[in-house]
Design a protein around this ligand. Sequence first.
Ligand SMILES: [Zn+2]
Length: 162
Amino acid sequence: MADSYNQIDPGLQRLIDAHPLLFRGQAPAISSYVSAGWYSLLDKLCTDIEAVLGPQGCVDLEVRQIKEKLGSLRFYYRQGASTDLHFDLVSPTGRQHLVGRGSKATDDDLVVKRVRELVNAACATSETVCEECGAAAELRNTGGWYTTLCHQHLAERKRTSK
Ligand SMILES: [Zn+2]
């Protein structure tokens, strides 16, 4: 276990250290990585979730995985016995991310709803923030390859991928 702990990205480790209520010192169960530009967004999301849940509510929430998918931030978590379902619809003209309720979702619970709203809002915001540097950016589809990068980092990515 010590080995995998040491391999944690420094940005992720800082996030875990900054939010002991939410992470309880543990990395997400599923290997997680996002680029540096999204960490201030993640930091704010974690602060907001902690404010909504309070110390007691945080105990019931487990962050499962944080990653980039199709140019967008994903923050997967389990709250009590409930996990949301994620669907990615991809077509030649674009893509859509839908979040459905898991079978055991307690939908009447306002706190569950509020956390879902916060996570969805942060993931939507990530599509306007360069994942490398945090500058204003837009989600682009380059031949089925989705990225959210500012002009500078898009140009750099194109250079290195050639
Ligand atoms: Zn950038």
